[in-house]
Design a protein around this ligand. Structure first.
Ligand SMILES: [Zn+2]
Length: 376
């Protein structure tokens, strides 16, 4: 085991694993990381999630008073897309200071950076509050791995603070909006189109619901940084043929939510507004995440990132959601930062790459965060 594992070499190793989700197949990649961590002294637990799939939790140290610092990242990647790649998405090609590959930015470089930092610091952490690494499967399909982990008693341990190493170009974000997707269904009674009076038209009911949604306002106040939650009707379909009264219509509702809201509360508001004739099914529910910028540990993260970024970070939030939506409440809402070396605009793109220098900076920043947390 090298004393200072190279986060770029590790990024390239992780890129070799085809963890495209679906189907995921993260287990070999998780075992690769688990073996490295175990050799460095970490207690490693795998949590199976169906055939070929596993989440990994690795921990070192531990202190009765101060909970560990948690780093988290996912190892599944999104499909390659329809457009052809000019680089091999799994070879870990390097060129001009960039490392190419699916997942290079989102977010195998982030996982490699915190695993490299964790292994480097391991010899100093045995008698410290310690750190825990939560490496998830299935994030790209709605945080499935994180949801699976929180159902397993004791799997996560404790967290004093959380670093989510999603791609931020090393800019520390203090939260993100949530995503709440619903299918609203209306029902009717079919009849021949020439005798509509014998039926009940589900499309007319859906049209009323859409009008109601267009004028809907959340009862909750806007958030100081993220503003008000949004609502958009993205899809509508109903009826099978032109000469029948349709007996079902379905509306797709996409809401982006803010920390003044809960999804349970929103659902109650919608049920009240739409009435009993509209059935609501959840397609995706990932709550928003936020930590006050004044929080002491957040400020210490800003201190660490200031020299790397060249100026003091301002409180900003990410545009995408993360596993923190699931893990932060499960850990009792410790302060949480989204901070990783990937390029946010490269996530899910053709010819995805990350910038090598940022991965090295990220490893150094994570080492410093561990050193401060564990007084190591
Ligand atoms: Zn991601």
């Amino acid at each position: 085991m090298a004393a200072h594992p190279d986060p770029l070499a590790l990024t390239r190793e992780l890129l070799h694993f085809d963890t495209i989700n679906p189907p995921g197949q993260e287990e070999p990649c998780a075992h690769h990381l688990g073996a490295l961590l175990e050799a460095a002294g970490y207690r490693v637990t795998y949590h199976a999630m169906g055939p070929g799939r596993a989440n990994l939790v690795a921990t070192i140290g531990g202190d009765a008073e101060i909970a560990p610092l948690v780093f988290t990242g996912h190892i599944d990647i999104v499909p390659l897309g329809a457009a052809p790649w000019t680089r091999d998405p799994f070879a870990g090609e390097t060129d001009g200071g960039r490392v190419y590959g699916r997942g290079s930015s989102d977010m195998k470089s982030g996982v490699a950076a915190f695993v490299a930092a964790a292994i480097e610091m391991a010899p100093k952490l045995a008698r410290s509050p310690g750190i825990t690494l939560v490496i998830t499967a299935g994030e790209e399909t709605g945080c499935m791995g994180a949801y699976d982990l929180v159902t397993k008693p004791g799997a996560l341990g404790r967290a004093g603070a959380i670093v989510v190493a999603e791609p931020t170009g090393n800019y520390p974000f203090i939260g993100h909006r949530g995503a709440y997707w619903l299918q609203a269904k209306t029902h009717g009674v079919t009849a021949h189109g020439s005798m509509p009076e014998k039926g009940v038209n589900a499309v007319y009911k859906a049209a009323c619901a859409v009008t109601c949604l267009e004028h809907f306002h959340y009862a909750t106040p806007p958030h100081s940084m993220m503003g008000q939650g949004t609502l958009n009707v993205g899809t509508i379909r109903g009826g099978l043929n032109i000469n029948s009264v349709p007996d079902e219509a379905v509306i797709g509702i996409d809401m982006r939510t803010v920390p003044t809201q809960t999804h349970a509360g929103i659902r109650e508001e919608l049920v009240a507004a739409l009435g009993p004739g509209v059935e609501l099914d959840t397609m995706l529910s990932v709550e928003s995440v936020y930590t006050e910028p004044e929080q002491a540990w957040v400020q210490s993260v800003f201190d660490v990132m200031q020299p790397i970024l060249g100026s003091r970070p301002e409180p900003r939030t990410a545009t995408y959601f993360t596993d923190a939506a699931v893990l932060k409440p499960a850990y009792g809402n410790p302060p949480t930062i989204i901070l990783g070396p990937g390029e946010p605009q490269m996530a899910h793109q053709t010819d995805e790459y990350c910038i090598a220098e940022r991965v090295l900076e990220s490893r150094a920043a994570f080492v410093e965060l561990i050193r401060q947390w564990c007084r190591a």
